[in-house]
Design a protein around this ligand. Structure first.
Ligand SMILES: [Zn+2]
Length: 91
């Protein structure tokens, strides 16, 4: 059943979605990079991050992660630097 999800601030655009639907962001809330595929979608649904963040941060600090802790700015900068050196076709 379609229900009204939210109203834009401009009052001219209404968004509709399915009942009990929770929209996913285009970008990972942790690293800010685009969520690309089913692995990212699955990771977001369980841990609210992309697959790469799950692999890089969650498995190292799962107890803290589940309490809401996320990488600090320095960890995130190092992580993004490493990801930036990998070829884009690498998964
Ligand atoms: Zn991420």
């Amino acid at each position: 059943m379609m229900v009204r999800m939210q109203k834009s601030t401009a009052e001219s655009i209404l968004l509709y979605g399915f009942e009990n639907h929770s929209p996913r962001p285009f970008d990972c809330p942790v690293c800010g990079l685009a969520m690309r595929d089913a692995r990212d979608r699955s990771s977001f649904e369980s841990l609210q991050c992309c697959y790469e963040c799950k692999e890089s941060f969650y498995y190292l600090h799962s107890d803290g992660w589940l309490k809401g802790e996320r990488p600090d700015d320095e960890e995130l900068a190092n992580y993004l630097r490493k990801r930036g050196t990998r070829p884009s076709y690498s998964f």
